[in-house]
Ligand binder design. Structure first.
Ligand SMILES: [Zn+2]
Length: 261
């Protein structure tokens, strides 16, 4: 997915958004409708002008007024989605206190079709895993198939960000994907090691936990005292998310089994 400007300074053209709707502010060469009975309602002209104006503002990163946010929420076009998400990420990362994005972005995504919203969020989670993962969680848009794909194709730390989210209901195929995620998590390779280290005094060797960043800890240390990573390279926060996820999957397995009996 690409949403960069076609030309650096041009402001009349945007790249196609995630859903293939090319947003064209002015295109005189566009072919007109062939159907002679086709009528355009006046209201459609007005709403399209408003939509294009908002898209241009979103794209050029100009501030969106409260009135425009009302317009966006009244007519939540999917074309806005990627730009709003980018604005939300930027506002959150730069700690913009007076930004409306934090308030309105979840409301806007909540108005979209669940599948569309989840597609856009999962497609962009790598841009800012913590921020996008939080949106997925807030909006209960957990998608087991897409999360499994993240685990297979991406950095697992990105995928784990999506792990604590819920969804409204779970199908058998959801559960199968979640079991597969657990299988991946249960078979993570060791990044650090338990190894003998030569002691400073008397040259005696001692067993130590050496994290993936080569910090030496006592052997019973779970999380490295310097970088907080365990032997699998996970933080305590990530381990917590995995523990909760495992509990959810266990309960789901039980509920599906009970249903069969
Ligand atoms: Zn360490």
């Amino acid at each position: 997915m690409d949403f960069d400007e076609v030309s650096g300074k041009g402001k009349s053209m945007f790249m196609a958004s995630a859903y293939g709707t090319a947003v064209i502010i002015s295109d005189k060469n566009k072919t007109t409708h062939k159907d002679t009975s086709f009528l355009v309602e006046n209201s459609e002209i007005k709403s399209t002008i408003t939509k294009n104006r908002i898209l241009e503002k979103l794209h050029s990163k100009n501030a969106i007024s409260d009135d425009e946010w009302s317009e966006i929420l009244a007519f939540p076009y999917i074309d806005y989605a990627v730009y709003i998400l980018k604005g939300h990420i930027f506002a959150t990362e730069s700690y913009e206190i007076d930004s409306n994005y934090k308030q309105y972005t979840p409301l806007y995504f909540d108005l979209l079709d669940k599948k569309d919203a989840s597609c856009i969020l999962y497609d962009n989670i790598q841009e800012a895993p913590g921020i996008v993962g939080a949106l997925i969680e807030d909006l209960q848009l957990f998608d087991p198939a897409k999360t499994l794909k993240l685990f297979r194709d991406n950095d697992i730390h990105v995928a784990i960000k999506a792990l604590s989210a819920d969804r409204e209901s779970y199908s058998l195929s959801d559960l199968q994907n979640m079991n597969e995620i657990l299988n991946i998590l249960d078979n993570l390779p060791d990044k650090g090691k338990i190894a003998e280290v030569q002691g400073k005094l008397l040259g005696k060797t001692k067993m130590k936990y050496i994290c993936q960043n080569d910090h030496v800890n006592d052997p019973d240390t779970i999380f490295c005292s310097t970088c907080d990573l365990n032997i699998k390279g996970l933080t305590i926060n990530e381990v917590g998310k995995i523990t909760n996820f495992r509990e959810k999957v266990n309960v789901l397995n039980q509920l599906f089994t009970d249903h069969k009996e």
